[in-house]
Every structure is written in C-alpha cells, then in structure tokens.
Design a protein around this ligand. Structure first.
Ligand SMILES: Nc1ncnc2c1ncn2[C@@H]1O[C@H](COP(=O)(O)OP(=O)(O)OP(=O)(O)O)[C@@H](O)[C@H]1O
Length: 273
C-alpha cells in the first residue's frame, strides 16, 4: 500500500539506516564505507549496509540515484569503469581485495541484467557453457543441472522438449528466465538483478516476480527496480537511494506504509523520479 504524499517535501534528507541485529539475522553480504567514483565524480557515498540471507532486498530510487552503481559494485562489475573504495564483505572476505579471484567470486555472487542477454546458442548450451568451461563434462550431471536450473527459473515444462532450440527464438520473458536459469546453474549464494523485468510485459513480469519469490528459498536476492508495486510485492527489505546515498533502509512493509524520511514518501508516492 502506498502512503499519501507528505506535506514536508522540503525537509532535508536525514539518514535512516536500518541496522540488523546480527544475533537474529544471518548476513549474506555487507558494505562498509563504500564510495564509488567515475573519474572525479563521486557517484555513490554509502556507509554500512547489510543484506540478509534468503531475503529479497529491493533497491529503489530515481534515475541517477546510484542504484546500478551500487549493485554493480557488489560483484565487481565496475572494475575498470569506476574506482570503488571501502569494503564489501562476503564470507569474511573483502571482494575488492587483490587476492580475490573475480571469476570465482562471481560464481558465488551472480548477476542478471536489465536486457535478457542469452548467448546465440541452444537453451541447453546457454546453461552448460560456463560449467563446461570450468571442466564439467559428465553428461548426466550436466543434464541434471539443466533440468534443476530451468525448474528453478519456472520454465522447465515449457522448454523441456526443445532444449536444443536456439535461445534467441524464445520470447523476451523466456529469455530473461533462461538468464536466471543460467545464473542459478552456477549455484550462487547471492543473485543480483538489475531491473530484470523492465523490458517485459505485465504477464512476463509477474512470472519473473513469482520466480524470484521461489528462488529466495535458496538464494539471497538483491534487485534494482523502478517499479514500486514490484518492490512492495516481492521485497522483504527496501533501500531508498537518493543522490548517491541510501536515505532509508528498512523492512519493505515499513518503507511502503510509513517511511520515516519525507523524501522516501514523496518518491514512493510518485511525486518525483
Ligand atoms: N559508466 C559511467 N561513467 C560515468 N558516469 C556514470 C557511469 N554510470 C553511471 N554514471 C553516473 O553515476 C550516477 C549514478 O548512476 P546509476 O546508473 O548508478 O544510477 P541509477 O540509480 O541506477 O539510475 P537508473 O535508474 O537510471 O539506471 C549518475 O550520475 C550517472 O550519470
């Protein structure tokens, strides 16, 4: 449910960061003193955020507020594009450390992009490509992973008889679910999704949302979305980004019913963005 626009639109932003009680919540990923720069321009100045295991966290905010910059930093997709200062802690390791094998880390922290980007290969080969690159050759094991991944992405029944058809012949929504299947085939801990449904129609969008709700049984999900209804429907926690900072981060039901920060209220009420 959305709240009514607030009268206090001009109120200066206050920081209102939700701190998990680490005793009660298992943290899958956390950031500490994170700053991201494109050249001299500081696009993100974010302090300490924590992401709880097996929950969906939505990153919301107006265009240019830094959501994608933040998301892409979480598995070093900004390497070579931006300078990232601060720590991103995963299983006790800072993923920005020189000792990290970036490809191995991305196996644990996978990503699905805004536009479906299947390889120009068959459905089967899209899912097995990276596994084969890593040396997995056992046909039986590969078949099993293809089936499990497609089931997790809720498209096994639709494509089980045409696994050798080109992925490019699938609809946009199916292609995006194939990209989700490709990501989960690597058995990541964390799935990052950058507006995965923005190029899809409402039916395909709703199927992606149902898929994500099922996937959170096994994965920690962090999703950028411009769709407030989507964030309210599927997220457990929501972070509101504004001008390169997180102004409010809390349980989604609180953000969408009684946000503490006036600008959050204005944004979710559709007053800007
Ligand atoms: N590759 C880049 N080079 C230089 N500046 C960039 C680059 N990518 C993003 N920026 C800048 O960083 C800031 C944050 O952009 P970012 O894409 O993270 O915002 P966003 O909230 O994800 O926006 P949108 O919702 O439109 O995707 C913006 O000022 C943007 O212009």
């Amino acid at each position: 449910m959305m709240t009514e626009p607030s009268a206090s639109t001009t109120q200066a932003p206050e920081r209102n960061i939700f701190q998990f009680d680490e005793q009660q919540h298992e943290i899958a990923l956390s950031t500490h003193n994170l700053h991201v720069y494109y050249g001299d321009n500081e696009a993100l100045s974010e302090g300490d955020l924590q992401f709880e295991r097996y929950k969906i966290t939505a990153l919301i905010g107006a265009s240019g507020s830094g959501k994608s910059t933040f998301l892409r930093s979480l598995n070093r997709m900004n390497d070579g594009v931006a300078r990232v200062d601060g720590q991103i802690m995963y299983r006790g390791l800072d993923i920005n450390s020189n000792q990290i094998d970036v490809y191995e880390m991305r196996r644990h922290i996978g990503m699905v992009f805004q536009r479906p980007n299947p390889f120009a290969k068959s459905i089967y080969d899209n899912i097995t490509f990276a596994l084969k690159q890593r040396g997995l050759r056992d046909r039986h094991q590969l078949d099993e992973i293809v089936e499990t991944s497609l089931r997790q992405a809720a498209m096994w029944d639709q494509v089980k008889d045409e696994l050798h058809k080109s992925a490019l012949a699938l609809s946009g929504g199916q292609q995006q679910r194939l990209c989700i299947a490709r990501a989960v085939a690597m058995k990541p801990d964390i799935l990052l999704l950058d507006e995965p449904a923005s190029a899809l129609d409402p039916v395909a969008t709703s199927q992606i949302e149902d898929t994500l709700l099922k996937l959170k049984e096994h994965y920690t999900i962090i999703i950028v979305t411009h769709n407030m209804q989507q964030a309210a429907r599927i997220s457990d926690f929501t972070a509101f980004f504004h001008l390169g900072k997180v102004l409010e981060y809390d349980e989604a039901r609180k953000i969408f019913t009684r946000p503490k920060v006036a600008i959050t209220n204005d944004y979710i009420s559709g007053n800007f963005g």
